[in-house]
Design a protein around this ligand. Structure first.
Ligand SMILES: [Zn+2]
Length: 282
């Protein structure tokens, strides 16, 4: 019987905290999108020229949005994700190692000796990379939004429409783009918070010389690749978005040689966990 690594009261707390964090990120992005949406609609209404407004016409909205210190706020938020996750992950990591030691019949006392590191050099390095990458991913959103709107505005213009019909079409397209990007924002926020935790597990393992882990799944019908489950086979296990996690359950992996969709919790909506292999301590 394998001890479950992902269902303890503190993990519920971690999930709750992560939920607060990802809502904060998604909320900020959505707030920014609402501002852009209002400005874009206003711009569409003001447009008096013939044909579609040029991209530069929409870009001005972007310039205005940037004055709201958007980039600065994103940096602050991502730093907060890292700080809070790093704090709550410390205890989680210790419990993870204790559970792993039990599963693997190792002496847990030998794990936490004087050499045991919770915030070592790998944590510092990986969290720095994560902060930059994650912030850049979010900062790209307003620019992407404006290019979508500019493209929609171009597509809406057929030459046969009256000016009023044309503007109406653009305004509808702006609304649809805003909704689409808001969903994207919520997904990005959730994904980044989850990846931050996964990356901390990897970094803390590496700092302690743990090179391998066992892939554990939630074992329920939601696990991708489970026969008779919600995402049954065949699932392309070489996909870099989501492979066959059912096929990986109980198997050994190396941190330095991850599957194409990354270690546990990297793929979209992945709830798997990595059980560190406690070999270096015995
Ligand atoms: Zn998974």
């Amino acid at each position: 019987m394998t001890r479950r690594l992902n269902r303890t009261p503190s993990d519920a707390l971690m999930t709750r905290l992560s939920g607060i964090l990802d809502r904060a990120v998604a909320g900020t992005i959505q707030h920014m999108l609402d501002g852009l949406d209002r400005r874009a609609i206003r711009k569409a209404e003001l447009w008096k020229g013939d044909g579609a407004p040029p991209v530069s016409y929409w870009r001005k909205i972007h310039t205005v949005a940037m004055r709201k210190r958007w980039d600065w706020r994103v940096d602050q938020l991502v730093r907060r994700i890292v700080r809070v996750n790093q704090n709550i992950h410390r205890e989680q990591f210790k419990r993870m190692l204790l559970a792993a030691a039990k599963n693997q019949r190792r002496d847990p006392k030998r794990i936490f000796d004087e050499n045991f590191l919770l915030d070592g050099p790998k944590v510092a390095m990986r969290m720095k990379t994560f902060t930059n990458r994650s912030a850049n991913l979010i900062k790209k959103l307003p620019r992407q939004y404006i290019s979508h709107v500019a493209k929609d505005a171009g597509d809406a213009y057929t030459g046969k429409l009256t000016h009023t019909e044309y503007k109406q079409k653009i305004i509808e397209a702006i609304g649809a783009r805003t909704d689409q990007q808001k969903e994207r924002a919520a997904r990005i926020a959730w994904d980044q918070v989850s990846k931050c935790g996964a990356m901390l597990t990897q970094a803390r393992c590496e700092d302690n010389g743990i090179e391998e882990y066992i892939w554990r799944t939630a074992n329920d019908k939601l696990v991708a690749g489970r026969p008779g489950g919600l995402y049954p086979p065949p699932i392309d296990d070489t996909s870099k978005f989501h492979g066959d996690h059912w096929a990986r359950r109980g198997k050994k992996f190396r941190w330095d040689n991850p599957p194409p969709d990354g270690p546990p919790q990297f793929a979209i909506n992945c709830r798997c966990v990595a059980e560190p292999i406690i070999t270096s301590f015995v």
